[in-house]
Design a protein around this ligand. Structure first.
Ligand code: ME8
Length: 511
């Protein structure tokens, strides 16, 4: 049976258009999904939209539109963003769908039957922007003398009837779970924060609201809608078929990986496992919290007018350079800063100069000097063997790095070999061998073609379109582009199509 892998992005709030932060988490997840498929896994990759709650209701009402109409419009934008970022998601869940309401209702009933819920009154602080409850002690005093959430979000005092989830009772079992599963929360900084938050003590969590109605109705409790985070987190099991545990997709649960932004780590590593344990369901294997992007040093905000729409970037620079840049520029888990300059820098050095030139030089020498046919392997010199061994090690080291979501390290493993191959071609100077030793020239070009084949195969998850073109030019058949296919050498003498540059230099238009 094939190994299974289930991974998710957060589901994005439908209160505004997608921006580069959303694209970032989605692209990261897509790279992992594609790599796992290449590595022989049966993958289920889920993304979607989080459409209920006070924030969305408020935004819709400010726009003077019915919430459902409003979210239909924004969800369509997220579907479009997902497609244009090249995501290969297997499903796109919307929390306003019937299947999701059914799953939330079933989960609620399980929690209630287990005695995990009780009716009370919530009195305390709520930040609509974060859709989060805050304790008095968590609030911070702004320079303006106004109390805010630790995230800077405005808070309001709420008093309303509410159902509660017995979160406090799960504190020790959560701590024991973290202890027994040291890889559950990553990176380490987030793990430490969460562990100390839980050690600090948990209070029962309000899981229904009565002051607005845009949510999933609490079964048997008119006037209550489910707290948007209980609703939202449930999406991960809805899409796996819950509550039908005989659904084929249920075999994917528990998820192998939830990718989330660092802002929402707490919901995924405290509330979510507690809900699941309380409902008697298996827990996800890992939650990785990625960092935040700023734009030229500033937080993205509508009021600053610096929100970067990833679709505009793709139109201007192409999809693959954007995907590459976002994952190459910043260690996953750290915050990053987006600037056109940094993007163009990476495009021109690492893509155009390092990889693009390597491919173009090697392939055009084959086209010119080997009649456009792939040369056979010669007797390997130490230099040849060294480069080939480095290339053959790439899939294993990339697998290792991607299993810890270290995208930039995975790319560095590849670029180490790209640079080694450039040094090799300069040392071997196949252009000079043409006259002196054509047999050796052919052997050198074959070493380069084999090295490029590994590089292009492994980079497919990052840059599918460009790497497909590179593999076409290397004569790699479409059915021989996964990791296992690398074990079978390409046949000598196959005709290669004329080489065309894959990564042109980007020249900023002066006009
Ligand atoms: O929190 N930099 O949705 P959301 C990097 N609906 N990543 C960013 C980012 C930035 N500047 N801004 C957003 C929610 N993100 C909930 C999630 S999940 C059950 C419910 C990414 O629309 C990051 O992954 O506010 C963040 O966690 C995600 O978008 C959530 O966006």
């Amino acid at each position: 049976m094939r190994k299974r892998y289930y991974l998710t992005t957060p589901i994005y709030y439908t209160n505004g258009a997608p921006h580069i932060g959303h694209a970032y988490t989605s692209i990261a997840a897509d790279v992992l999904a594609r790599f796992k498929r290449l590595d022989g896994y049966d993958v289920f990759f889920l993304t979607g939209t989080d459409e209920h709650g006070q924030k969305v209701e408020k935004t819709a009402s400010e726009a003077g539109v019915e919430p459902q109409t409003f979210v239909d419009g924004i969800a369509a934008e997220f579907v479009d963003m997902t497609r244009r970022m090249g995501c290969s998601n297997d499903d796109f869940i919307r929390t306003t769908e019937g299947r999701h309401k059914a799953a939330c209702t079933a989960l609620w009933q399980r929690l209630e039957a287990a005695g995990e819920l009780y009716l009370g009154v919530y009195e305390g602080w709520y930040a609509v922007r974060d859709e989060a409850f805050y304790g008095e002690g968590e609030l911070v005093l702004g320079a303006d003398g106004v109390r805010r959430a630790p995230t800077g979000a405005p808070v309001e005092l709420v008093r309303e009837p509410s159902w509660f989830f017995r979160l406090a009772a799960w504190q020790d079992r959560l701590l024991a779970f973290y202890e027994a599963n040291p890889d559950f929360i990553a990176p380490a900084g987030t793990r430490n924060e969460i562990v100390s938050f839980v050690r600090g003590g948990l209070t029962d969590l309000s899981v229904s609201r009565t002051s607005f109605s845009w949510g999933i109705a609490v079964p048997g409790e008119p006037g209550h809608v489910m707290y948007v985070w209980l609703d939202a987190l449930t999406n991960y099991i809805t899409a796996a078929g819950f509550p039908d545990e005989t659904a084929p997709r249920w075999a994917f649960w528990p998820a192998d990986l939830h990718l989330v932004g660092k802002d929402i780590a707490r919901f995924h590593t405290v509330y979510w496992p507690a809900f699941l344990m309380a409902a008697g369901l298996p827990l996800p294997r890992r939650v990785f919290a990625n960092g935040w992007w700023t734009v030229q040093g500033e937080k993205m905000s509508k009021s600053l007018g610096n929100v970067v729409d990833p679709r505009d970037l793709v139109d201007a620079f192409g999809l693959d350079p954007i995907r590459f840049f976002l994952l190459r520029e910043v260690p996953f888990g750290n915050d990053g800063d987006f600037s056109r300059r940094a993007l163009i820098g990476r495009m021109n050095t690492e893509l155009a100069n390092d990889l693009g030139n390597l491919a173009q030089r090697s392939l055009s020498l084959i086209a010119r000097n080997c009649g456009g046919k792939l040369p056979g392997r010669g007797e390997a010199t130490d230099d040849d063997a060294g480069l080939l061994a480095a290339a053959e090690a790439i899939p294993g080291s990339v697998r290792l790095q991607l299993d810890r979501q270290a995208f930039h390290e995975a790319l560095e493993e590849v670029w180490r070999v790209v640079r080694a191959a450039n040094a090799y071609i300069d040392r071997q100077a196949p252009w000079a061998l043409r006259r002196t030793d054509p047999v050796r020239m052919a052997a050198v070009l074959r070493v380069l073609a084999d090295t490029l084949r590994v590089i292009a195969t492994v980079l497919q998850p990052f840059m599918a379109g460009s790497m497909a073109r590179m593999l076409d030019q290397l004569g790699v058949p479409e059915e021989a582009r996964d990791l296992t296919a690398l074990a079978s050498p390409l046949a000598e003498g196959i005709s290669l199509p004329p080489p065309v540059g894959v990564f042109p230099r980007f020249v900023e238009n002066a006009a």
